[in-house]
Design a protein. Structure first.
Lengths: 206, 153
């Protein structure tokens, strides 16, 4: 399987990955709704294979400031996972979570808000990975997450470089949910080459 | 990301949001022809999927110089500046001793040295993203980062 490349992924494989993304993102949204104790509607996630040079456009520019929660995945599969949202979205979600104890009007995130954001990312990526684990019957252990507020391009360079080893494209799942406001989040899962194979064969694809 | 562009004074060339990637800016100070390549990985020989030239420090720099020479730049006058190569997260996956950002910056420097192109300045490492703009007219390489003052190298 050393020749595996995302460049020549067939339609069938793509569909399986998209469906996994769908289920994962759905689970994560449910977790978010429970955490915030609010009704949250989710639109059908949009799953895209993007060229590296087009990645930034998906966020309205590579210099859009985003909040990224990044963690490493171990167990039966190896890789990394990221949850991204626009800075304003992250600020809003965090302040919903903190029940008025945050500073929604401030430009920067204070320590409490960063911590809450990390927890939010932790729960959402955890729910996503749980769904993946249930479906594939593979053991998946996420690490403690790390948070970063920076330019989209800079944050995305981390999973992009990991994808870069596999091919010239990045697989991104965009989830839009609505409560009072329209909010959007992005999930990026980067299994390594062998793990792709494991995920596929555990679902009966060879 | 994994892209490159060349330009001629008075135009400038920019790349947004460099993270662990490295932006290598090269110019010919006489003809004012310059270019910028945004590379993601250090070495095209280390992996199989290497058809995209601008993705790697080694092939990216080669390709950038090829395009600049086509425009009329002189090989012997070229000078370079580099930026980027940050470590965005403390525990990035490739748990090698040196982060991919550092390796990208090192690979870029090694390639420039091999080609005997002078490296005039660099702003690499740290843990934040950079947006860069390069003006071949003056050789100014402007670096912007979130919550930090603008810097010119």
């Amino acid at each position: 399987m050393g020749d595996f490349s995302l460049n020549d992924m067939t339609g069938e494989y793509m569909d399986v990955l998209k469906e996994l993304g769908n289920i994962g993102a759905g689970n994560a949204t449910t977790a978010l709704a429970q955490m915030l104790q609010e009704r949250i509607d989710m639109k059908v996630p949009q799953v895209d294979m993007l060229d590296f040079k087009d990645v930034g456009k998906a966020f309205g520019g590579e210099d859009t400031v985003m909040a990224g929660v990044y963690l490493v995945v171990e167990g039966d599969i190896q890789g990394s996972m990221m949850f991204l949202s626009k800075k304003e979205t992250a600020k809003y979600l965090v302040n919903q979570l903190m029940m008025g104890m945050g500073h929604p009007e401030a430009e920067e995130f204070d320590e409490m808000e960063l911590s809450a954001l990390m927890e939010l990312g932790n729960i959402m990526t955890g729910a996503y990975l749980n769904a993946l684990s249930d479906l594939t019957k593979l053991k998946i252990y996420p690490s403690v997450p790390e948070v970063k507020i920076d330019m989209a391009g800079a944050i995305l360079s981390v999973p992009a470089i990991e994808f870069g080893v596999l091919g010239d494209k990045i697989l991104m799942i965009q989830t839009k949910f609505t409560d009072y406001l329209d909010i959007d989040g992005y999930f990026i899962l980067v299994p390594d080459v062998d793990s792709y194979q494991k995920i596929m064969s555990s679902l009966g694809m060879n | 990301m994994a892209d490159l562009a060349v330009c001629k004074s008075p135009d400038g060339v920019t790349t947004l949001g460099l993270g662990s990637c490295v932006g290598i800016a090269i110019r010919d100070p006489l003809t004012k022809i310059g270019g910028l390549v945004h590379v993601m990985l250090p070495d095209s020989k280390a992996i199989k999927n290497n058809s995209c030239l601008a993705k790697f420090a080694d092939t990216g720099i080669d390709e950038l110089i090829r395009l600049m020479l086509q425009l009329g730049a002189s090989r012997s006058r070229l000078e370079a500046k580099i930026a980027g190569g940050a470590q965005m997260f403390a525990f990035q996956k490739n748990c090698e001793l040196v982060s991919v950002g550092d390796r990208n910056a090192e690979a870029a420097k090694a390639k420039l040295k091999e080609l005997q192109i002078r490296l005039l300045a660099e702003d690499t490492g740290q843990n934040y993203g950079r947006t860069v703009i390069y003006y071949p007219e003056t050789g100014d390489y402007i670096i912007r980062a979130v919550g930090k003052p603008e810097k010119v190298i």
